[in-house]
Design a protein around this ligand. Structure first.
Ligand code: NAD
Length: 330
């Protein structure tokens, strides 16, 4: 782990490698972004305080000269010497278990942290992309959710710390665009799954896989009729980078529009793991959204993006990763 060094060349010639700062780069999504960016030839500076992420998520990159891992709390300051072409702001607790345990850190990283990341983009003349969320739509009264829907959020409900932090972050990003001329983009990410999710992060898919692999019954909230639209992480990364490479400000929904009930997801996890432990029904958390499905027309029209990874294929890949991770951690 290092202080972020200046790039080898300060030349702005077209052949110089492009340099990107990824905040929260040691988290689930950030680590997949860093991996893909390095593979595409970018020089990547990953800033993370490991609050909910881990250096292990980017261990496969640390020997690569194009990758730097810097321990940094983006609510304190963000300082990166040298040129920067792109800032991807992904730092934030993201799962309900995390942000309910870390309410103040969640609000601070969405507000102060976003301000610092935007300040870096402004200083460097870089494009800035905010990782926003479908949670800005709250418990939606329009379905599916288009980008022009304003949302239905309870600011003092338990999820308010996350939803309102992201809504503020969107407003701040928009203000830097209009007041300072920063080239900004906002992506509204819908539920995503894949390797490197944490088994205890509280989200349905890793919880179900962990329970199934341990031979425990899967705990479905309520009667399981609430829906989720889940996107495999590789599809999401492709969509985010397409938006980053475009000049579009967004917001743009990126997610898989195929809607499934939580009960169907649980049944598919049982099938994919071969578990016979069955399902048990538990109380549904307050403010748990009833329906959630992105309208991805804008992503298709602007970016030519649509998800490609079939649910059963993505689930098999995720289960395989969890099986390996559990063996390695045993
Ligand atoms: P994650 O918890 O795995 O990753 C977040 C990363 O941010 C972690 O590595 C954490 O240590 C880091 N971090 C948190 N606070 C920080 C701070 N103050 N300074 C520096 N680093 C900090 O979560 P994720 O699922 O990878 O989500 C990443 C981003 O995408 C978040 O902004 C989240 O709101 C957004 N998002 C994710 C999903 C999803 O389905 N995973 C959906 C919508 C939005």
């Amino acid at each position: 782990m290092t202080e972020a060094p200046a790039p080898e060349s300060t030349s702005s010639s077209e052949s110089a490698p492009r340099r990107v700062v990824v905040t929260g780069g040691a988290g689930f999504l950030g680590s997949h972004l860093c991996t893909e960016l390095v593979a595409r030839g970018w020089h990547v500076v990953c800033l993370d305080n490991f609050l909910t992420g881990s250096p292990a998520n980017v261990a496969h990159l640390v020997q690569d000269p194009r990758f730097q891992l810097v321990r940094c709390d983006v609510t304190d300051f963000v300082h990166v010497p040298g040129e920067v072409d792109l800032v991807l702001h992904f730092a934030s607790p993201a799962s309900p278990v995390d942000y309910l345990k870390l309410p103040i850190q969640t609000l601070k990283v969405g507000s102060i942290g976003t301000g610092h990341a935007l300040g870096l983009a402004k200083e460097k003349g870089a494009r800035f992309l905010l990782a926003s969320t479908s949670e800005v739509y709250g418990d939606p009264q329009e379905h599916p959710q288009r980008e022009d829907y304003w949302g239905h959020v309870n600011p003092i409900g338990p999820r308010g710390v996350y939803d309102e932090a992201k809504r503020y972050a969107e407003a701040l990003t928009t203000a830097y665009r209009t007041a300072h001329g920063v080239d900004t983009a906002i992506v509204r990410i819908f539920n995503t799954y894949g390797p490197r999710m944490r088994p205890y992060d509280g989200r349905a898919i890793p919880t179900f896989i962990r329970q199934a692999l341990a031979g425990e019954p899967l705990t479905v909230a309520g009667d399981g009729s609430q829906t989720r639209s889940v996107c495999y992480v590789d599809d999401l990364v492709r969509g985010i980078l397409a938006l980053a490479e475009s000049g579009h400000p967004g917001p743009v929904n990126i997610g898989n529009p195929h809607e499934r009930t939580v009960l169907e997801i649980a049944e598919d996890v049982l099938a994919a793991t071969g578990s016979t432990a069955g399902i048990t029904f538990v109380e549904r958390p307050q403010d748990d959204p009833t329906v959630r499905r992105p309208d991805t027309t804008l992503a298709q029209e602007l970016l030519g993006w649509e998800p490609e990874v079939d649910w059963h294929q993505g689930l098999r890949r995720t289960v395989s990763w969890f099986e390996r991770a559990l063996v390695e951690s045993a």
